[in-house]
Design a protein around this ligand. Structure first.
Ligand SMILES: [Zn+2]
Length: 279
């Protein structure tokens, strides 16, 4: 049953990623633009997922809750990302990016990932599709069949409402005042990672995340979103959230790290693997 959900997702992606007609910039053909949009959607989802972890540590102190397992927290971070990124149905770029995030997970071979607290990649994709549809079942009516296949028996609209309300209650600040500003750092990108750095800077993902978090959540601690080379780290092919301990607890520093390696890898991989299945 789920195989057809995958196929439908991919055809949706290709419907949105149709090469542009007319003149394009000389250095980026239509194919490049489709790839960039695809990678931007996936990278944006991962960055917002990490912001979910950051807020769980900084605002809600959910990381020490004994009733939560690591996989509960991972699922929550994914739902947090979806709620923040759920686009208006009449925003084609936003829809294309969030579908790209789902498609990006379908590209990952879950069987080779080990010791993974996150849900299997295909499950993460189905969750995105269900909640995206659930965010606005009227405008996203064309996704109804896809959501039903991705999440059989789920009431995606009720689930979306529940997580949306929960995030408002747990994290949201309604005072209208700003907390501590988020710092943004683009670290050095040697060794062939320059393209990934340029892509990330052009995408505006880090700047958008800073703006979205500062606007709705009152940060109480120093927080940085940094783009770095993760060479030598345990998993250079992903993004990280760290809590760096300060002299006292209120001096702790929260850091979201976006690895150039991961972005570089995705840019090289592009939508490969999907072309054969495209209609
Ligand atoms: Zn995570």
């Amino acid at each position: 049953m789920r195989v057809s959900a995958v196929a439908a997702c991919i055809s949706l992606l290709f419907a949105f990623a149709t090469p542009l007609q007319g003149p394009t910039r000389a250095d980026t053909g239509p194919r490049d633009e489709a790839t960039e949009s695809f990678v931007r959607g996936f990278v944006r989802f991962l960055a917002y997922h990490e912001a979910g972890h950051m807020l769980m540590g900084q605002i809600a102190d959910m990381n020490k809750d004994p009733n939560w397992t690591n996989s509960d927290r991972e699922d929550y971070a994914d739902r947090f990302a979806l709620v923040l990124l759920a686009p208006d149905a009449n925003d084609p770029d936003g829809v294309e990016e969030i579908i790209s995030a789902a498609a990006g997970w379908l590209q990952v071979d879950s069987s080779i990932v080990r010791d993974e607290p996150h849900a299997p990649a295909d499950v993460r994709a189905y969750e995105i599709l269900c909640l995206l549809y659930g965010s606005d079942p009227v405008s996203f009516a064309e996704f109804a069949e896809l959501a039903a296949e991705a999440a059989p028996g789920r009431d995606c609209a009720a689930d979306y409402q529940a997580i949306d309300n929960d995030i408002d209650e747990v994290f949201r600040d309604w005072s209208g005042t700003y907390g501590i500003e988020i710092g943004i750092v683009y670290g050095p990108a040697g060794g062939g990672l320059e393209q990934a750095r340029d892509f990330l800077a052009r995408s505006g993902v880090m700047e958008d995340l800073k703006y979205d978090i500062e606007a709705d959540y009152h940060l109480t601690h120093a927080t940085t979103i940094q783009a770095v080379s993760c060479r030598g780290m345990a998993n250079p092919d992903t993004f990280y959230t760290d809590r760096k301990r300060g002299a006292t607890r209120d001096q702790d520093h929260f850091v979201i790290s976006l690895c150039y390696e991961m972005i570089d890898d995705r840019l090289k991989h592009g939508m490969r693997g999907f072309e054969e299945t495209a209609p």
